[in-house]
Design a protein around this ligand. Structure first.
Ligand code: HEM
Length: 283
């Protein structure tokens, strides 16, 4: 069976890339107006790619078996590591999901509530009153600290080191994620060299966290649960897999949740009628 792909711009790949990088949103809308709900683009790294926007087609894609619609190539595994959720497909993805779902069950999540409340209340105490201020740096700190405690189970020196390291590591990683990855050693002043050095430091901290994990039954964090989990054949997750998965959870949960929280504040501020019944005067 042959499938006819929809049309799209025929301009060279690098021109489409410049367009996609400089006008990401407007460019997509313009192409939709011109070619309809679905069209082909030709961009670096991904090559020829099909863009769909009809809700029915999107629903169909989400409901398609992952044996047919696989993970995109290349994917975030280039930066987060081959053992991260974002790199895996097929049986390997299913096996990791089985291991990683239990820490996110409702009962387990309740154990994280106190951590999240503590971090939020502590940060909100620094909010000025009576004048506008940017809230996103604050929500970024809340979600980073909450993830380091609830997911990494970090405290003390490791908590401080990861809190300094990870935001910069994710920023540098997101800059190089769509660029070709050079082979061999790269100098420290290049983003790849810097990222590799930060990854070495990250792996060393995770090793320390695992070495001093202590009594796992006493702990509720995701790292402790990963250390206790076993695949169907009885084997444990390797240190590399654990480090990659923790980095994936941080990258997936930090900025996404911080942005959502910042929008909540923005919306509540614009709608005092909704805010007033929820407001408490003191913490
Ligand atoms: C408001 C906050 C969040 C939003 C909007 C969000 C959004 C998303 C989206 C759209 C995906 C699908 C990505 C894709 O398949 O290409 C995804 C996947 C994922 N998210 Fe989130 N996320 C949020 C918070 C979190 C948090 C807090 C965590 C964990 C601490 C997390 C962990 C993950 C993981 C592990 C995946 C990959 C799942 C898999 O491949 O099986 N996310 N998220």
């Amino acid at each position: 069976m042959t499938t006819k792909l929809p049309p799209g711009p025929t301009t060279p790949r690098f021109v489409q890339a410049i367009f996609a990088l400089t006008q990401p949103s407007r460019g997509m809308h313009r192409m939709r107006e011109r070619y309809g709900d679905s069209f082909m683009v030709n961009v670096p790294v991904f090559g020829h790619a099909l863009v769909i926007s009809d809700p029915a087609e999107i629903k169909q894609l989400f409901q398609t078996s992952t044996d047919i619609a696989e993970n995109v190539e290349p994917n975030l595994g280039r930066i987060l590591g081959p053992g991260s959720m974002f790199a895996l497909k097929g049986e390997a993805h299913r096996a990791q999901r089985k291991l990683l779902v239990p820490p996110f069950h409702g009962r387990k999540l309740a154990a994280f509530e106190q951590i999240i409340e503590d971090e939020t209340v502590r940060e909100m105490r620094s909010w000025p009153e009576g004048r506008p201020f940017p809230v996103m740096p604050s929500t970024m700190r809340i979600t980073l600290n909450a993830i380091l405690r609830a997911v990494f189970g970090a405290e003390g020196a490791e908590f401080d080191e990861l809190r300094d390291l990870l935001p910069e590591m994710v920023t540098v990683g997101s800059r190089i994620v769509l660029l070709p990855i050079p082979r061999g050693r790269m100098p420290r002043w290049t983003p790849w060299g810097r990222f590799r050095a930060m990854r070495r430091q990250y792996d060393a901290v995770i090793n320390r966290l695992i070495d001093k994990a202590g009594d796992l039954d006493e702990r509720n964090d995701v790292l402790a649960m990963m250390l206790q989990s076993r695949y169907d054949d009885g084997s444990a997750m390797t240190r590399g897999e654990i480090a990659d998965q923790l980095l994936a959870l941080l990258a997936a949960g930090h900025e996404t949740t911080a942005t959502t929280l910042a929008w909540v504040v923005e919306r509540l501020r614009r709608h005092p009628k909704v805010l007033r019944p929820r407001a408490r005067t003191s913490w």
